[in-house]
Design a protein around this ligand. Structure first.
Ligand code: ASP
Length: 315
């Protein structure tokens, strides 16, 4: 569908650096981004940085977002950039303009970076082939959400120190989760021992091909047993055209309760990218417990997005 629109795109300028997915990144690049994320987290919030002074950044979100969009905006401002955030509803797409024309229009205003979230898997990859503006993928359909995996890794590393050999359970609506996919790429590149768990209709055997160290199960208790990290996912109702499991019974089989956390290692931590649906995939007792890293993930999201914005602007 998008391919047919290719001739309308202006192929201009040299290739800028993009962040489209974790799959494309090498370990040293990921390590660099995590290192810079750690650095920016330590910088006092009141300090006015000038790293991206004079740069302009457009946040273009075609899907709802609270955490990602706000944290990209805060990250850009802390680095001294000018930033503007627009959502699809407020653009000419609502007047029938194509995505390609909208992107060409924005690129013609010469921003340095376009941060884009779109419901179509591969949309930023496709557009980046033709635009001379650096592009950051803030979530493309059910494909990748690279900054989420980076902030998750930073959060895990802060507590656990290393990813090598770490037992990580990724649980939920795997098939529709870009968060799962990006995390699988990252964690397997760093030698984690990963178990993926969800209803049979959401866990495909193909997932084991994303990297080494990935196992599958449909049994929640098996997944959490002896885990160091439990990563829960939201049920992505907006991406399910047909009901792939009975929603009403979901919590009974795949919802995380304190009892499950008790089966994991005594110092296990719980992650969730948000937004959380209490009582659907996670109980309030777990979400509000000491084990929950949910708000640390949000805090780390700003630092990681500062690192990513800096990285795409590097010469
Ligand atoms: N915020 C994450 C995403 O955009 C996770 C979610 O929405 O469930 O993919």
């Amino acid at each position: 569908m998008l391919e047919r629109l290719a001739p309308d795109l202006h192929s201009i300028g040299p290739n800028p650096r993009n962040l489209l997915g974790i799959e494309d990144l090498q370990r040293p690049e990921i390590e660099h981004l995590l290192e810079r994320g750690r650095f920016y987290k330590a910088v006092r919030r009141t300090e006015k940085l000038t790293t991206l002074r004079g740069r302009s950044i457009v946040n273009l979100f075609f899907e709802p977002s609270t955490r990602t969009r706000t944290s990209f905006e805060i990250a850009a401002k802390r680095l001294g950039a000018d930033t503007i955030s627009i959502s699809a509803l407020g653009t000419s797409l609502a007047k029938g303009e194509s995505l390609v024309d909208t992107l060409n229009t924005l690129a013609a205003m010469n921003p340095d970076i376009i941060v884009m979230r779109h419901a179509a898997s591969g949309a930023p990859h496709f557009l980046s082939r033709y635009l001379s503006t650096a592009m950051i993928n803030a979530g493309d359909g059910l494909h990748e959400h690279p900054t989420q995996a980076l902030l998750d890794a930073l959060t895990i590393l802060e507590v656990k120190g290393s990813l090598v050999g770490l037992r990580v359970a990724i649980i939920g609506d795997i098939a529709h989760s870009r968060v799962a996919r990006s995390n699988l790429h990252l964690l397997s590149k760093f030698g984690a021992d990963i178990v993926v768990c969800g209803p049979a209709t959401t866990v495909s055997r193909n997932l084991t091909r994303l990297g080494p160290g990935i196992r599958l199960t449909h049994q929640m208790r098996e997944a959490v047993r002896d885990a160091d990290v439990i990563m829960m996912l939201r049920v992505q109702l907006e991406r399910q055209n047909v009901e792939v499991f009975p929603k009403g019974e979901y919590f009974r089989y795949y919802g995380l309760s304190l009892e499950h956390v008790g089966l994991a290692k005594p110092d296990a931590i719980v992650l969730h990218p948000g937004p959380i649906n209490r009582g659907r995939e996670i109980s309030s007792e777990v979400a509000d417990s000491q084990r929950s890293m949910i708000l640390s993930q949000v805090e780390n999201g700003v630092a990681i997005r500062m690192a990513v914005l800096e990285w795409v602007c590097e010469e």
